[in-house]
Design a protein around this ligand. Structure first.
Ligand code: ATP
Length: 359
C-alpha cells in the first residue's frame, strides 16, 4: 500500500485514476491545483469553468471518501508557465504551455508539495504507461488508447520526476474509463472532456497577448517577391502554417495564403500560397535545442522515431547529437509547418525518450 496524491482536475480521467488506486488498496488523497488563470484570468479567459472544476473534484473525492484539498499554486504557475508563454511570444516563437505545465507544475511544484507532505507518489489521469527497465530506469510508454495517448506532453519530464509518477489509466481506452466512471457512479461521469489548466483553447489567445504584449504593426509580404499584401498587428500573433486571421483575401483562383516565416529585422510577416512548394512551409531538417531526456540521453548518431507534434504519427528521422547540447534531425519525409518553439517528442518505438524545441 502506497501513500499517493492524485492530481484531481474535476475531469473524468483523473477521477477514474483515483478510483483505481483506491480499489487497489492504496492510501489515496486528492488535490486540485489552483493556478494563475483562476485568480486574475477573468478578463482573459473566454470560458474557464474553474469553480465548477473544483466543485466536481470535491464531489468526486467525497464520493470516493478520500481527503481533498485545493492547493494554491498561482505564483508558481505565473513564474513557470505564464512567464514562459510571454517570453516565448515576445521572442516570436510558438510556446507550448502543456509541456511546461507537466514538467514544472504537476511533476514539479505539485510533486514537491506531495513529497513534503509525506506522499510517495503523484498520480495523474494522463493516457500513458510506465515501465521499469532492468537497470531501474523508469520509462514512459505510449498510452494503449492511441487516440488519447498523451505521452507527447510528457516529453520534457525528467527521470527523477518519473520516480514519483503514476499513470493509473494508461492501460485503458477512453470508453472504458467513462464506463468505469458510470459503473461507480462518479458524480462527473457524464462530464465533457476538459482540457485542464494549461490549455490555451480556454483562453482567448488574442486577449492574452493583448494583455501582456504590446502590438507592433508591420507589413505582410509575399515571400517570393516581397509584394506588400497587407498589415499585421505584431509578429507574435502568428505562427508558421497559420491560414486564418491573416486579413488578406485569397486570390482569384481561391488560393489561400499561409504564414511561411517571420522577418524579425524588418518586422515583416512572410506569406505564400498554401502549396507544396511554398518556401519555408515544408522541411526535413531541423535543429532541436534544450534537449531533455526522460532517462538515458541518446549520445550517438542514429535513427530515431519522432512525434513532430501532438497527435501526429511517429516519423522516422536521422538524429545527430551535437557538442553544444543541440541535435540535428532529418526527417525521412518532409514535415509541414513545424514552428520554432514547438516541441519534438523523441521515441524508441513505444518508449518516450525525451524532447527538444525546434530552433
Ligand atoms: N487543475 C488541476 N488540478 C489538479 N490536477 C490537474 C489539474 N489540471 C490537470 N490536472 C492533472 O493532469 C492530468 C492531465 O491533464 P489534462 O489537462 O490533459 O486533462 P484530461 O486528460 O482531460 O484529464 P481529466 O479528465 O482528469 O481532466 C489530469 O488527468 C489531472 O490528473
Amino acid at each position: 500500500m502506497a501513500k499517493i496524491l492524485v492530481a484531481l482536475s474535476g475531469g473524468v480521467d483523473s477521477a477514474v485514476a483515483a478510483l483505481l488506486l483506491k480499489q487497489q488498496g492504496h492510501d489515496v488523497s486528492a488535490a486540485y491545483m489552483r493556478t494563475w488563470m483562476n485568480e486574475e484570468g477573468s478578463a482573459i479567459l473566454a470560458d474557464c469553468p474553474w469553480e465548477e472544476d473544483i466543485r466536481q473534484a470535491k464531489a468526486v473525492a467525497a464520493h470516493l471518501d478520500i481527503p481533498f484539498e485545493v492547493i494554491n499554486l498561482i505564483e508558481d504557475y505565473r513564474q513557470h508557465v505564464v512567464d514562459y508563454l510571454i517570453r516565448g511570444y515576445r521572442s516570436g516563437v510558438t510556446p507550448n504551455p502543456d509541456m511546461m505545465c507537466n514538467r514544472e507544475m504537476k511533476f514539479g511544484v505539485f510533486a514537491r508539495y506531495a513529497r513534503e507532505h509525506g506522499f510517495e507518489s503523484v498520480a495523474t489521469g494522463h493516457y500513458c504507461r510506465l515501465r521499469e527497465a532492468p537497470d531501474g530506469t523508469r520509462q514512459i510508454l505510449r498510452g494503449l488508447d492511441r487516440n488519447k495517448d498523451q505521452s507527447y506532453f510528457l516529453a520534457l519530464v525528467r527521470q527523477e520526476q518519473l520516480k514519483m509518477a503514476r499513470f493509473p489509466i494508461g492501460e485503458l481506452a477512453k470508453p472504458r474509463v467513462r464506463e468505469l466512471a458510470r459503473e461507480h457512479n462518479l458524480p462527473n461521469a457524464a462530464r465533457k472532456d476538459s482540457q485542464g489548466i494549461c490549455f490555451l483553447g480556454k483562453v482567448d489567445i488574442n486577449a492574452f497577448l493583448g494583455a501582456y504584449i504590446q502590438d507592433r504593426p508591420g507589413q505582410i509580404v509575399r515571400a517570393i517577391d516581397g509584394t506588400v499584401l497587407g498589415e499585421h498587428a505584431g509578429l507574435h500573433h502568428f505562427t508558421l502554417g497559420q491560414r486564418k486571421g491573416l486579413g488578406i483575401p485569397s486570390n482569384t483562383d481561391f488560393k489561400n495564403y499561409v504564414v511561411v516565416g517571420k522577418d524579425f529585422e524588418k518586422n515583416r510577416l512572410l506569406v505564400a500560397f498554401d502549396e507544396p512548394d511554398a518556401p519555408g512551409l515544408y522541411a526535413t531538417d531541423f535543429t532541436l535545442r534544450e534537449l531533455s531526456w526522460t532517462g538515458h540521453p541518446v549520445s550517438a548518431a542514429g535513427q530515431i522515431d519522432i512525434m513532430p507534434r501532438y497527435r501526429d504519427p511517429l516519423m522516422r528521422a536521422d538524429f545527430e547529437p551535437l557538442p553544444d547540447g543541440t541535435a540535428h534531425i532529418r526527417f525521412h519525409e518532409r514535415q509541414r509547418a513545424l514552428a520554432p518553439g514547438q516541441i519534438a517528442a523523441l521515441y524508441d518505438d513505444e518508449a518516450l525518450l525525451g524532447g527538444g524545441f525546434y530552433a
